[in-house]
Design a protein around this ligand. Structure first.
Ligand code: PLP
Length: 564
């Protein structure tokens, strides 16, 4: 695969979404932000890389609220302000049509000046029929056929785009199964070169990361539809294991068959993936966040003072343990004031800087259980009688996800039933920019998913990096990062890695444990022993920041997956 110092050394990173800048609305949540963070680290580490994604001209959507319900708006993001038009086009056959695709580029520059091009595919071309012109308008459209066409464009179009631009990757990294049709283009190429074992040829070049144990996260398309739209579909007939019992093509299975290196995003998730797909070899590379991108300004100032060189070497964040607690407390106070001013000024609220502030923001999917904290309102209100607190929520539900939308509505309307000592706000339009204000500004970061459905989660890593302790269900990355009372606090029983059967706790057990933890030890420590609380904050930065970063993750990918 990757050979150090070879001229054709190049990693091609394929992702349906990439979150690199809050104004470039080509992401929906954790997957896209992870892609952006990964590319930041690859650029910082000067790893020769080119990335491919779709332009998503109208983004995922812009979230507004009307009578406490989510409304989706689709403004266009200013592409020309951010991307360079390469004035290069490609054509790919899609069904009976030729799909004309324009190419745009964003150039990411690492901290040592290394540049990394990100290629955006754009179907809004005058020669395309109207329905294909709209193909790259929205990220994750509900329409099944559109999603299939988008995935053909990403995988096959991406392959031809790199060819056209004269890139010659030796490694292809598929960030989730959306781009798995890329492997059919590579297979076709290997066959046309009379390769004796074309599957092996493709497997030698391809690395796959699977990101979710939620079945809906694994795209499946009817075989006939794939045959109708994808000119490479006949290759699927000679591949085993890529179809479901009903004949549908499973994109995850296709990626598993065609990629020689397969990774889960955390130790527990990797185990769950092995159980879901027992015939494949999974390795585990735990996710991270880009430490420079996600450390707030005040926290960066502390790092700059005490740990020169931390940007190029995030492992050195371990030495944060030597920084005086006052520094951490002051940096956090600054971030909290910033958040509270943001809330009070923009939403006419009266949030207070000396009150415990609990944050929860992520995609509003059912399994994330954003409403768990409200399971027993009487109990929650009783806690607030002794220890007041403020709740900050944000997050979007997929436009077709009525359950997710109803959770938003429920949280927004529960206010009237809360004790006077509880303030609550649901901030609209969660984004990278908002995450940078909310996460460092709260006092604890809450995460309450159903086990084992949180593959990794990354917002908690952003919190720890900024000295905000996590209070989380033991799932995803938190299983690896949790030291009770030292780096944060856990909710519910400890899972065993490698365990076949998951002990599924019901909401009442989990919420009860959450209330118990808030009441004792978290709230008393916060109010009565702030210097002890600051110790947890400092431990979170040092122990999590130094490990749960994308520099470490990228280096593991290089050694375990890219190099052979
Ligand atoms: C980090 C991030 C996420 C991921 O949050 P999780 O809690 O890991 O699901 C989603 N959206 C945005 C904008 C983020 O910055």
């Amino acid at each position: 695969m990757l050979r150090m110092n070879a001229s054709d050394n190049l990693v091609a990173y394929f992702s349906m979404e990439i979150g690199i800048d809050t104004k470039m609305k080509t992401y929906s949540g954790g997957l896209g932000v992870l892609a952006g963070d990964t590319l930041h680290s690859l650029a910082d580490l000067s790893v020769p890389t080119v990335a491919v994604t779709l332009i998503s001209e109208y983004g995922y959507f812009t979230q507004e609220f009307d009578e406490n319900r989510q409304i989706e708006k689709y403004p266009r993001w200013p592409i020309e302000e951010h991307l360079k038009n390469l004035n290069v086009e490609i054509k790919i056959p899609v069904g009976p049509h030729q799909l004309h695709v324009k190419l745009w580029q964003y150039t990411l520059t690492g901290i040592t000046g290394h540049t990394l091009p990100i290629i955006f595919l754009d179907a809004n071309h005058q020669n395309n029929p109207p329905e294909l012109k709209r193909l790259t308008q929205r990220l994750y459209p509900a329409n099944h056929e559109y999603r299939l066409l988008q995935e053909i464009l990403l995988g096959v179009g991406g392959y031809f785009a790199l060819k056209k631009l004269d890139y010659k990757p030796s490694v292809y990294h598929l960030n989730e199964g959306h781009s798995a049709f890329l492997t059919l283009a590579l297979y076709d190429e290997a066959k046309s070169q009379n390769c004796t074992d074309p599957v092996k040829e493709v497997r030698n070049k391809c690395v796959f990361t699977t990101h979710t144990p939620v079945p809906a996260g694994h795209d499946k398309f009817p075989r006939d539809l794939v045959r109708e739209k994808l000119y490479l579909a006949h290759h699927l007939d000679s591949l085993h294991d890529v179809s479901e019992k009903n004949g549908s093509i499973n994109m995850t299975s296709l990626a598993l068959v065609m990629c020689g290196k397969v990774n889960g995003v955390g130790k527990k998730h990797t185990q769950v993936s092995r159980n879901m797909f027992p015939h494949y070899r999974f390795d585990s590379i735990t996710n991270g966040v880009h430490h420079v991108f996600w450390a707030s300004e005040s926290v960066q100032n502390v790092f700059n003072t005490y740990l020169p060189g931390w940007k190029i070497d995030p492992f050195s964040l371990l030495s944060v343990l030597n920084i005086p607690r006052n520094e951490i407390m002051q940096a956090h106070h600054h971030n909290k004031i910033k958040l509270i001013n943001f809330i009070n000024n923009n939403f006419n609220e009266q949030f207070k800087p000396d009150i415990m502030t609990i944050g929860y923001a992520r995609r509003m999917a059912k399994y994330k259980r954003a409403d768990l904290i409200f399971y027993d309102l009487e109990r929650l209100n009783a806690i607030a009688e002794r220890y007041p607190f403020q709740l900050v929520f944000a997050g979007k539900a997929h436009p077709e996800d009525n359950v997710g939308k109803s959770i938003i509505h429920e949280i927004m309307t529960i206010k009237s039933k809360l004790n006077k000592n509880i303030s609550l706000i649901y901030i609209p339009e969660y984004s990278i920019e908002l995450a940078k204000i909310i996460i460092p500004g709260v006092d604890i970061w809450l995460n309450t998913p159903m086990r084992p459905l949180e593959a990794s989660g990354t917002s908690g890593m952003k919190a720890s990096l900024n000295g905000v302790p996590n209070v989380s269900i033991l799932d995803g990355w938190w299983i690896e990062g949790a030291i009770e009372g030292v780096t944060g606090w856990s909710i519910g029983p400890k899972p065993k890695i490698g365990e076949e059967q998951e002990i599924q706790c019901v909401d009442c057990d989990d919420s009860e444990d959450l209330y118990r933890k808030l009441e004792e030890p978290i709230l008393p420590m916060f109010y009565n022993a702030p210097r002890q609380f600051a110790k947890v904050q400092r431990n979170a930065i040092a122990l999590h920041g130094s490990f749960f970063n994308t520099n470490r993750m990228a280096q593991q990918y290089i050694i375990k997956s890219y190099l052979t």
